[in-house]
Design a protein around this ligand. Structure first.
Ligand code: BGC
Length: 939
């Protein structure tokens, strides 16, 4: 039977790069494509072949599973390579052909697979300050032609490996940053093409990086993980005659100090090209004056293969402008705030030094370095002076849009500098667009901020003296992150570090990898990343394995909190941040929030206990499920007793307090919930839809509003442009999400607070809501196995489209409204079903299977009640359309926006009463309302 049914994207674990995987029983996933509607898989067959070409097969397995299917064969041994293909049968009786084969090769799975030992240069150095980067090398002979060769390599510090003068691979900042004392990644490279019969050379450059460079704020510390850089390299060669040879780091290696005179993650890199030993990683180089190496003891059981993608150069940007600042500095503008570095191309005299200093913004036309705090963010290059030289740093990165250039020989042209955007090489999975260009820019800014901060570790910011894996930031942003990119493997690695760095008592460090000296000082909400992030990964990628891997970490955090809370079940300790960066907090006291920090902490305690219970349920751990369910119920009761009035008012009476109470189910009765919802919307209106929450509340504010039916309020907040709001930075030309709503003040000056970055993703956590609510594309079951397609029309938008590459394939939801006719399009991937609720329609929700769908119908506009002078200003302001029409007919009403406070109980009549020409104003407003509403509602 002819069929369009095909299987593709056969994948091992969450990996797109499968050389040197660290899992002996990799779970398998695949995607199916077919035009058939309502397609579901009824069976699959998996076939695997090893190097001997002999097939092993599962036979036909009756199952609908196609995501993270358990490995059906014997576990892989170290170095074992398999090629896997899959075919499927569908509910329409069709069978697919075999997919194209996908392969994976195991890395070194056991510590005793390593014959190499860590080697460090045989010299003493003063590690209280930056040191030149060592070069290490050795030569070797290969007896005959090479069939295949693998380099297994890592370092204490950062490394770049070279073979016969060629850089190995295209990764940068390897081995990345993990909790090195517990987990040190090694990389596997196919280096077959770099070797030849006869004489060969292998070498590596090492840098201080995260291992022994300066890390942390308030000046930071050096040598956090150790004070000696070291290389571990094992080159395994297989000859065409089947014999093998291993070249490994040992005492035969040689070492010298290279051209990188200093390098540091925060401060930048200093390079003197005159000191490059030409040909140092090629054979027949004379290294007689190099030093030897020493062995360095290190527990090799800490070595792990990557579970996510490496950091790479992902994109390059050319300057959009070269500016002379008022004080005469030369500044290059790349038009986009990024994380990465500059590549230069230059010709000039030997010994000339060029300095590149990076900045995110200009203030009064000059680069603003204040936001970098103590990070020098300066690279310098001294020319060799022979022809055209190109250079870029290896062991640093910067967060910048602008660079100040000093010492350039001759005139600087825009072709001379390139900005290199670097981050973990994740696959993009989310796309959003709508009819409001400002919202599209907001979305772009969220994407760029994720790109700037998913550089091996999910960081708070890429520019100042932090760049740390702040747990709370990752937690609030994780739903958005998982929408935009496939970061399952990336975050799984980070979560393994979270678990590794957790205290024996379950206490969670503020940032992971933890670099703080002394005991762990946990913080409420931040520590809850332990429960929230695994749960988000389970929801978005259907990966129950991550819950299994993290269960102990999740549980022990909640036990820790329970211990701290004691019998009261109120978590009133460990609250240094609360609803961090509440816009009402003074610039120098960002933790001074209007929401009671213990309320925030206890709300999260309830949430985390509930997530542990849910995770236990997924994992079939019934006893634990019951235990944590009852703990969660107890905390909810305690919360209600302490913070919720019988009427539904919540202590602090703030947006964050209501948001948490609503979203985390902390209001005992439906009446209290309804009242809390109304109060939350009222707070929004009273603030004229400006943000009044910090980064805890803001992340779920729109969801809380929508869950109590306040869609219009959520849209009004999202489209507000006055500060503080999501769009204010966009109107100020932002290209990334700022740490503070007002990192740049309306007059263009930079916020005086020390906590002021222009590239922090936490406030971009609204991105996920935009996909789910405006685009209408949300997961209804883990892994998007079932979709909830429920777009909402609002905010004056006339169209929106969201696409997401789910584990099952591309899903899409789009709508537009034209002349009162709504058109909705949906794409549902094979093996997935969806519940569709059409916007502005009275059609019943429909259940559909896979396929492409299109609906077109006349919109049923939402019912509005007529406003009069006895309505309140906030009711009038709530109807954006009506308010703008009133302003057109009676511009003098603008004064109403100025009258403060905008009280929820003051009528328009009463507000106008105190205006000099009250009578006239009232008449004019009444006339405007009559005219507009009369037209809107013809009798
Ligand atoms: C970081 C934050 C972090 C916070 C803790 C800051 O310095 O940049 O994003 O969560 O400290 O409150």
């Amino acid at each position: 039977m002819s069929t369009d049914l095909a299987v593709s994207e056969v994948r091992f674990e969450h990996l797109r790069e499968t050389l040197g995987i660290g899992v002996a029983r990799p779970r398998l996933s695949w995607m199916v494509s077919t035009e058939a509607k309502g397609w579901t898989q009824i069976a699959y067959e998996i076939e695997a072949r090893g190097r001997d070409g002999q097939p092993r097969t599962t036979g036909k397995v009756e199952s609908a599973e196609s995501v993270l299917v358990p490995w059906p064969f014997a576990p892989l041994a170290s170095r074992e390579r398999v090629s896997v293909r899959v075919r499927v049968w569908g509910n329409n009786g069709q069978a697919s052909d075999w997919s194209a084969p996908a392969w994976a090769e195991a890395g070194l799975l056991k510590a005793d697979d390593w014959v190499a030992r860590f080697v460090t240069p045989d010299w003493d150095e003063d590690t209280s300050t930056m040191q030149p980067s060592p070069l290490l090398r050795r030569e070797f002979d290969l007896r005959t032609a090479v069939q295949q060769a693998r380099l297994y390599v890592t370092a204490l510090g950062l490394y770049e490996a070279q073979i016969n003068g060629q850089v190995v691979g295209d990764q940068v900042l390897s081995p990345g940053w993990t909790s090195y004392n517990h987990r040190l990644r090694y990389q596997t490279f196919d280096v077959t093409g770099l070797l030849r019969k006869g004489r060969n050379a292998i070498g590596a450059i090492l840098g201080d990086g995260w291992y022994r460079g300066r890390l942390g704020f308030f000046g930071g510390r050096r040598n956090i993980y150790g004070d000696r850089l070291a290389l571990l390299a094992q080159l395994e060669v297989e000859y065409t005659d089947g014999t093998t040879e291993t070249i490994a780091t040992d005492l035969t290696w040689r070492a010298t100090r290279g051209p990188i005179l200093a390098s540091d993650i925060y401060d930048g890199e200093t390079y003197d090209a005159r000191r490059e030993p030409r040909g140092w990683s090629e054979p027949d180089y004379d290294d007689h004056d190099w030093a030897g190496v020493r062995l360095l003891e290190r527990d090799l059981t800490t070595l792990v293969a990557p579970s996510g993608p490496p950091v790479r150069r992902i994109q390059t940007l050319k300057p959009v402008d070269i500016i002379k600042s008022p004080s005469g500095r030369t500044i290059v503008d790349f038009g986009q705030n990024i994380a990465g570095w500059l590549r230069l191309r230059v010709q000039g005299p030997p010994g000339q030094t060029i300095r590149l200093r990076h900045a995110e913004v200009l203030e009064n036309g000059e680069p603003c370095y204040r936001t970098l705090r103590t990070a020098k963010a300066t690279d310098s290059y001294t020319l060799r002076g022979e022809g055209v030289e190109t250079w870029e740093p290896r062991f640093t990165f910067h967060g910048f849009r602008y660079a100040e250039v000093e010492g350039w020989p001759g005139e600087l042209h825009s072709d001379d500098l390139t900005a290199v955007v670097c981050h973990s090489d994740m696959e993009r999975t989310g796309w959003f667009e709508c009819s409001n260009p400002l919202l599209n820019q907001l979305h772009e800014n969220i994407v760029w901020t994720m790109r700037s901060n998913f550089l091996d570790v999910p960081t708070d910011c890429p520019q100042r003296d932090e760049r740390l894996g702040w747990t709370g930031d990752c937690e609030v942003f994780s739903p958005t992150a998982t929408t935009l990119y496939d970061c399952a493997g990336f975050l799984a690695s980070w979560l393994a570090d979270v678990a590794a760095d957790q205290g024996d008592d379950g206490a969670v460090p503020l940032y992971v990898p933890n670099i703080k000296a002394g005991p762990i000082t946990p913080a409420a909400v931040w520590g809850d990343a332990t429960t929230v992030v695994p749960w988000v990964l389970y929801q978005r990628f259907g990966d129950a394995g991550i819950l299994e891997a993290q269960f102990e970490s999740m549980r022990s955090w909640v036990d820790y909190v329970a211990g701290r809370a004691g019998d009261s079940l109120l978590y009133d300790k460990d609250v240094p941040y609360g609803d961090w960066l509440d816009p009402a907090a003074p610039p120098d006291r960002p933790g001074d929030t209007r929401t009671d920090a213990t309320l925030v902490a206890t709300a999260y305690f309830a949430r985390s206990a509930e997530l542990v219970a849910q995770a236990a349920r997924v994992l079939g751990r019934e006893t634990e499920a019951k235990r944590y369910e009852s703990l969660a119920a107890g905390v909810r009761d305690a919360f209600a007793r302490e913070y919720v009035a019988p009427s539904g008012r919540v202590v602090s009476d703030s947006a964050t307090a209501y948001t948490l109470a609503i979203q985390f189910g902390l209001l005992p009765t439906p009446e209290q919930r309804q009242r809390a919802g109304a109060r939350l919307a009222q707070i929004a209106r009273d603030n004229q839809y400006r943000i009044s929450s910090g980064f805890v509340g803001t992340a779920i504010l729109c969801d809380a509003l929508c869950s109590v039916g306040e869609y219009d309020t959520a849209f009004r907040m999202l489209t507000q442009r006055a500060c503080p709001s999501w769009l204010y930075p966009v109107t100020m030309g932002a290209t990334t999400i700022w740490e503070r709503w007002d990192s740049m003040l309306p007059d263009g000056s930079v916020n005086p607070g020390a906590m002021t970055s222009f590239n922090h993703y936490a406030l971009g956590s609204v991105g996920d809501w935009m996909y789910r609510t405006i685009g209408g594309l949300a997961p209804a079951e883990p892994g998007y196995r079932r979709l909830d397609l429920q777009p909402h029309i609002g905010g004056g938008l006339t169209s929106a489209r969201a696409r997401h590459l789910t584990p099952y394939g591309m899903a899409e939801c789009a709508w537009k409204i034209e002349g009162g006719v709504v058109q909705v399009e949906a794409v549902i991937p094979p093996n997935v079903s969806a519940r569709v609720v059409l916007p502005q329609s009275d059609l019943a929700p429909v259940e559909v299977g896979s396929g492409q769908y299109h609906w077109s119908y006349r919109a049923v506009p939402p019912q509005r009640h007529l406003l009069t002078l006895d309505s309140t200003f906030s009711e009038l302001f709530a109807d954006a359309d009506l308010w703008s029409q009133v302003l057109e007919l009676a511009p003098e009403m603008a004064v109403l926006e100025e009258i403060t406070p905008v009280s929820s109980s003051t009528t328009l009549r009463l507000q106008l009463l105190f205006q000099p020409n009250a009578e006239e104003m009232m008449r004019s407003l009444q006339a405007a309302l009559d005219k507009i509403q009369g037209e809107k509602n013809p009798a």
